[in-house]
Design a protein around this ligand. Structure first.
Ligand code: GLN
Length: 197
């Protein structure tokens, strides 16, 4: 099973390491054609405006939409969560618009630009160590979106069918359980995926 990490900008190597620890093959994705060989895709943290621009320039906006449209799972972490959202607070334009949710960028204020905490995630047994870096939060979700975790009254992890989003960076610890959770989503999706690889 192959899980790609979109490598236009941001934390890529760390995701590859945890994908492999979770038992799948990690692929660094730089070219659009590479999407065809993947079963699932992670959009990493970084700077969402920059990644969004590069996605538009290299055709990934449409490419990832049809990837997800064919039933292949996508996991967005931090900036990746922002890229998946239908609506971004204070911005006219969103990016992929795949998940029915409204997000707020840099939601934790300057004095708390980065911090770590343990979070209970629905579907994972013990709390997960979560690293937040200039993190977004999810302000509102639609009916089809399941909240997996709240932190201080705000949603920080959610799932809509085969789409997964987290405000934090699960790749910056040695804990591969979030990646295993996503790899399980990919395994479940395999019989339903449209493209006959
Ligand atoms: N603050 C970044 C943004 O708004 C996200 C930060 C991150 O991915 N660590 O795009």
């Amino acid at each position: 099973m192959k899980i790609g990490v979109l490598a236009l900008q941001g934390a890529v190597a760390e995701h590859i390491r945890l994908i492999e620890k979770a038992g799948a093959e990690g692929v660094i994705v730089k070219r659009l054609e590479q999407l065809d060989e993947l079963d699932g895709l992670i959009i990493p943290g970084g700077e969402s405006t920059t990644i969004g621009k590069l996605m538009r320039r290299y055709g990934f906006l449409e490419g990832i939409r049809s990837f997800a449209g064919s039933g292949k799972p996508v996991f967005g972490t931090c900036a990746g969560l922002i890229l998946l959202a239908d609506e971004i607070d204070g911005q006219d334009e969103a990016h992929l618009r795949l998940m029915d949710m409204k997000v707020v960028r840099n939601a934790y204020g300057r004095q708390r630009e980065s911090f770590e905490t343990n979070l209970p995630i629905e579907g994972i047994d013990e709390p997960v160590r979560a690293v937040f870096i200039r993190a977004p939060l999810i302000e509102r979700v639609g009916d089809g979106v399941r909240v997996l975790c709240e932190y201080q009254g705000s949603i920080v992890a959610a799932r809509q069918g085969h789409l997964l989003a987290a405000s934090f960076h699960p790749e910056l610890t040695d804990d591969e359980r979030m990646h295993r959770y996503f790899a399980d989503m990919v395994t479940e999706s395999l019989p339903m995926q449209a493209s006959g690889k």
